[in-house]
Design a protein around this ligand. Structure first.
Ligand SMILES: [Fe+2]
Length: 170
């Protein structure tokens, strides 16, 4: 049976419109997670540098690395953790409880890093910095590869916008 031309073209237009909406949504979602993803890239670079110093740096390098890590934590990482905890983890614990396991693992790693940073000293720096670098690397990869796809699939536009619009507490 022949389909009248106007119905055929109407169908094509509907398909194009649906695909276009889907494309816009993906682009928008990527935009909403972009700041956190940029910070994740910084975390992976930091983890790589610190791992190298922990493995073969001199004492002076280790002291410098302790200072670098402490400044990085104060200037960026703590805020990054709070950003995720207040706009992502809190929603998983409240609304998307089927993903509590991954949120709990990631939250524990935030806690581990928070406890480790103030304890860094030259005496244990080689072991502790190596541990910091390893946890930060694996943690960041898990967020990018496992957590963010879950967010993109489940979070509403309003919930995604709240990630973008996050303002840290004073
Ligand atoms: Fe993160």
């Amino acid at each position: 049976m022949l389909i009248p031309d106007f119905i055929f073209y109407l169908g094509i237009r509907v398909i194009i419109s649906v695909l276009s909406d889907w494309h816009n949504k993906i682009m928008k979602r990527a935009e909403q997670l972009q700041k956190l993803s940029r910070e994740h890239h910084g975390s992976l670079v930091m983890a790589k540098n610190i791992a190298e110093i922990a493995e073969s740096g001199s004492d002076a390098d280790l002291l410098e690395a302790i200072k670098t890590v402490a400044e990085y934590y104060d200037d960026e990482l703590e805020l990054h953790f709070q950003h995720e905890e207040r706009t992502i983890f809190s929603l998983i614990f409240g609304e998307y409880r089927e993903h509590i396991a991954i949120a709990t693992t990631l939250l524990k790693e935030h806690g581990f890093i928070r406890m480790l940073i103030p304890k860094l000293t030259l005496e244990t720096a080689r072991i502790d910095l190596a541990e910091f670098a390893l946890v930060l690397k694996n943690h960041t990869r898990m967020e990018e590869r496992e957590l963010f796809p879950i967010i993109e699939e489940l979070f509403s536009d309003e919930q995604l916008d709240a990630i973008l619009d996050f303002v840290p507490l004073d």
